[in-house]
Write a protein that binds this ligand. Structure first.
Ligand code: CO
Length: 159
């Protein structure tokens, strides 16, 4: 089922999300719907977080090299010191692309759709998607990652 994607400045995007206490069938279904919504979006999304579909819980969907998957209660447990600049978009900011600096590699601990604890170590694009989506769970958005000057320029253009 396709879900409606909340766009900035919807206030739910600014809330800190709650931990998922149990992997219920409802959580699994929401995860599947988020994957479908991410893939069917035009342009296709690389990741989507639960607050972006109106649910303030710690659940994200991400594209991986193999197949799209969900991560429940994802946590960054290690970050590379090395950083990288890359252009990023967000389904809650259609048409906006920003150069953002992030750690090049991360190690993430999460619960998978079967309720198992998993650890993934990634670099490059995959690490970037995970950092972006986990930021969403704390109400942090791409516009928070750029300078005030750049932000003013963006909003001036929009008005
Ligand atoms: Co986003």
């Amino acid at each position: 089922m396709l879900l409606e994607i909340k766009k900035y400045p919807d206030l739910i995007l600014r809330k800190k999300c709650d931990e998922v206490k149990e992997v219920t069938p409802e959580i699994k279904k929401l995860g599947e719907d988020m994957i479908e919504t991410m893939i069917m979006n035009e342009p296709e999304g690389m990741g989507l977080s639960a607050p972006q579909v109106g649910k303030s819980i710690r659940l994200i969907a991400v594209q991986t090299e193999k197949e799209p998957t969900i991560f429940i209660n994802p946590k960054i447990i290690k970050k590379s010191r090395e950083k990288e600049m890359m252009e990023e978009g967000c389904l809650s900011f259609p048409g906006l692309w920003l150069e953002i600096k992030r750690a090049k590699g991360v190690e993430v601990e999460a619960i998978d759709k079967n309720g198992k604890i998993i650890k993934t170590k990634t670099e490059g694009l995959q690490a970037r998607i995970l950092q972006h989506e986990i930021d969403h769970l704390d109400g942090i958005l791409i516009i928070d990652k750029i300078s005030l000057f750049k932000r003013l320029k963006i909003f001036k253009k929009k008005m």
